[in-house]
Design a protein. Structure first.
Length: 366
C-alpha cells in the first residue's frame, strides 16, 4: 500500500472523471426510465468512493512523499493530469446537487457548495501553476504536443458549469449575481486559453501527424473543452433573465447561440477523433489510463447536447444526444472492464501504464 502511495500519479483521477460523468449522464438522461436514474445514482455513489479514495491517497503522498509530489510539477506529462483532480471532484459535486438531496437530505446542497469552493481553488491553481511550470521548467516542443495540454486549463470552465447548478438555489439576489460573475469569470479564464491550444493542436497534427500510440486517445480531450463550454454557457444563461432583467434575456440568447457554435465545432472534433482513433487502432493501440479520455470528454459533450436540445427543441439535436449517450455507456463499460482486469491481474503499474510496456522501455534504455 505504501508503494502505491509513493508512486501514485494524478492520471488515476481520470477514472473518477469518466465514471462520474457516466453516472450523471444516466441520471439526467432526457425521458430516461426510472431504472436508468437508479443506475446513475448507484454509479455516482460508487464514484464518490473512488474519488474519495484517490483524494486520500494523494493527500497521503503529499504527506509521506513531499519531494515526489513537488516533482510532479516538473513532469511535463503527469503535471497536466493535476487538472483531472478538480474535474473528477466536479462529478461528485454535481451529484450532490442533482441527486444528493433525495439520498441524504438538504445537507447535500451544503456539502456540494463547500466542495465547489474547494474545487474552484484547485481549478485556478491548476490553470495557473501548471502553465507557469510549462514556461519555466518543462521541455516542450510542438511535435510532442498532445491534447493533454488542455487538462490543466479546462477545470475552470468545468467549475463554472457546476456553479451554474448552484445559482438557482441562492435566495439572495446580490449573492446570486456575485456568483454569476464568478462563474462567468471562470468560464472566461478557461475557454479562450483552450481555444488557443486547440489552434496549436491543429497545427501540430497537420505538421507532425499523429501523436504516439500511447497518447492516441488524447485528441478526444478537445471535445471535452467544447462540451463543458456549452454546459457552462447554457447553464448560466438560464439564470441571467432572473438576475439581470432585459439584459439577461439578451445574454441568455447569446449564450444559446454561442453554445450552438461550440456544438458544431465539437461535432467536427468528434468526427476527427473517431477517425484518428481508428487509424491508431489499425496500427496497434496499447491500453493505458489514457483510454478514459473516451469517456469524460464525450460525457460532457453529451450533457451539452442535452442542454442545447432543452433550449432549441429540435429533434435532430435530440437524436445526437441519445446517440452520444449510447456511445458513452459502451465506452465506459469497455474501459472500466479493461482497467479492472489490468489492476486485478497486476498488469497495470502505479502510473497507469501496462507493466510490460514499462519493462520494454526500461530494457531499451539499458
Amino acid at each position: 500500500m505504501f508503494s502505491f502511495v509513493k508512486n501514485f500519479t494524478p492520471n488515476w483521477f481520470t477514472v473518477g472523471m469518466g465514471t462520474g460523468i457516466t453516472a450523471l449522464g444516466a441520471y439526467l438522461y432526457p425521458g430516461g426510465p426510472l431504472w436508468l436514474k437508479d443506475a446513475g445514482t448507484a454509479l455516482w455513489m460508487v464514484n464518490v468512493i473512488i474519488v474519495g479514495f484517490l483524494l486520500t491517497i494523494m493527500v497521503l503522498k503529499w504527506i509521506f512523499n513531499w519531494k515526489g509530489s513537488i516533482g510532479l510539477l516538473h513532469d511535463p506529462v503527469q503535471s497536466m493530469f493535476l487538472g483531472a483532480v478538480p474535474m473528477a471532484l466536479t462529478t461528485v459535486i454535481n451529484g450532490f446537487i442533482d441527486m444528493g438531496v433525495a439520498i441524504i437530505g438538504p445537507s447535500a446542497m451544503t456539502i456540494g457548495i463547500a466542495l465547489w469552493v474547494i474545487n474552484v481553488l484547485m481549478a485556478l491553481a491548476s490553470g495557473i501553476i501548471v502553465p507557469f511550470m510549462m514556461f519555466i521548467s518543462h521541455d516542450h516542443r510542438l511535435d510532442k504536443m498532445t491534447g493533454i495540454w488542455l487538462m490543466p486549463v479546462v477545470p475552470a470552465e468545468v467549475a463554472a458549469a457546476s456553479g451554474s447548478l448552484i445559482i438557482p438555489h441562492l435566495t439572495n439576489v446580490a449573492a446570486a449575481q456575485t456568483m454569476m460573475v464568478i462563474n462567468l469569470g471562470l468560464w472566461a479564464i478557461s475557454v479562450p486559453m483552450a481555444f488557443l491550444m486547440l489552434g496549436f493542436l491543429f497545427l501540430r497534427l497537420a505538421v507532425h501527424k499523429l501523436p504516439p500510440a500511447e497518447m492516441a486517445i488524447s485528441t478526444w480531450i478537445s471535445l471535452g473543452t467544447l462540451g463543458t463550454g456549452m454546459m457552462g454557457l447554457i447553464g448560466l444563461g438560464k439564470s441571467m433573465p432572473v438576475l439581470f432583467g432585459s439584459l439577461g434575456h439578451a445574454m441568455d440568447g447569446a449564450a444559446v447561440l454561442g453554445s450552438f457554435a461550440l456544438w458544431g465545432f465539437g461535432l467536427w472534433w468528434l468526427t476527427l477523433s473517431i477517425m484518428l482513433t481508428v487509424v491508431h487502432a489499425r496500427r496497434g493501440l496499447p491500453f493505458n489510463l489514457g483510454w478514459w479520455g473516451l469517456t469524460f470528454p464525450l460525457g460532457v459533450f453529451t450533457g451539452g447536447t442535452d442542454m442545447l436540445y432543452g433550449e432549441m427543441h429540435v429533434g435532430l439535436i435530440a437524436f445526437f444526444a441519445h446517440l452520444f449517450f449510447i456511445m458513452l455507456a459502451l465506452f465506459w463499460g469497455m474501459v472500466a472492464l479493461r482497467t479492472f482486469r489490468a489492476v486485478l491481474t497486476g498488469k497495470m503499474t502505479f502510473t497507469g501504464s501496462l507493466k510490460k510496456l514499462v519493462l520494454q522501455k526500461n530494457t531499451a534504455v539499458n
